[in-house]
Design a protein around this ligand. Structure first.
Ligand code: ADP
Ligand code: MG
Length: 250
């Protein structure tokens, strides 16, 4: 099984407020339709929330616990916004003959102090083995300690990536960049040097931008490829196990 993540930086206009990037969604859905038709079906899809998540979390103050009625309403609204984005992606995938089904994380799991403590991943495995493409997304989830909290798409990647053959993260840059160049490979040997170049995000990203992504990837212990999903063909190559422009994190 492979895990593919498409970042909110690609599916949405991340600097806006709940704005889709329909052109990118359509291009990626078309690519995935082609891959699916040719037999690449051994993966689950996780997507970020982009401008359907981060600005709402900031607006409603949802990042340090959910206690008041206003925060609960904000959490419900933010969850609904994330499912709206997911639905737009599903529509595009189904138009390209991919039988994609959203499994909202809030419905199958919970957090404890912002980390996943329970996830009924059986339904995800069943969908996959039955020939469907399970789609999960960054979401608001119940939290045993905090009432509720954000679960990033990147955390879902590290959770579901543990048993994966490979993990592919599509974002809006060519990989991890240091001194103006894409770093081809990150291992224990160069990690601390590379980390000096890795920051958050240029846009609102409450889940740590590139640094948050890298921290999650280091938890997996499986090969992870960070690539530019604004070039869908690069993602397709990686899904097929071929080489492409990217950063490999080992
Ligand atoms: N060293 C780095 N190399 C590449 N991107 C970086 C680096 N440091 C910070 N970033 C930022 O991380 C962003 C990608 O993370 P993020 O905005 O969270 O994307 P996504 O929505 O795909 O999760 C890039 O657009 C860039 O602004
Ligand atoms: Mg992010």
């Amino acid at each position: 099984m492979q895990v593919l993540k498409l970042g909110g930086s690609v599916l949405t206009r991340k600097g806006g407020y709940m704005e889709l990037d329909q052109k990118n969604i359509d291009a990626l859905a078309k690519m995935l339709g082609g891959a699916w038709k040719s037999g690449v079906r051994d993966f689950i899809l996780i997507h970020g929330a982009g401008s359907f998540g981060h600005p709402l979390v900031l607006k409603y103050g949802l990042n340090d616990g959910i206690r008041t009625d206003a925060q609960k309403a904000g959490m419900a609204l933010t969850h609904a916004a994330c499912t709206c984005l997911s639905q737009a992606l599903i529509d595009a995938l189904v138009k390209n003959d991919v039988p994609a089904v959203t499994v909202p994380p809030i419905s199958i799991g919970k957090l404890s102090d912002k980390r996943i403590s329970k996830m009924d991943s059986g339904i995800v495995a069943n969908l996959l083995s039955s020939g469907f493409l399970p789609v999960l997304h960054g979401d608001m989830m119940l939290d045993e300690k905090l009432g509720g909290a954000v679960c990033s798409g990147d955390q879902l990647v590290s959770y579901f990536g543990k048993g994966a053959e490979r993990v592919i993260l599509g974002t809006n840059v060519d990989g991890i960049i240091a001194d103006g160049k894409v770093v081809p490979r990150i291992t224990k040997a160069n990690l601390s040097e590379i980390l000096k170049h890795v920051k958050g995000s240029d846009t609102a990203d409450v889940t740590g931008g590139m640094r948050g992504k890298l921290e999650e990837l280091l938890r997996i212990g499986r090969p992870a490829y960070i690539a530019n999903a604004l070039h869908p063909e690069r993602i397709e190559k990686l899904l097929r196990g071929e080489k492409s422009v990217c950063t490999l994190v080992e």
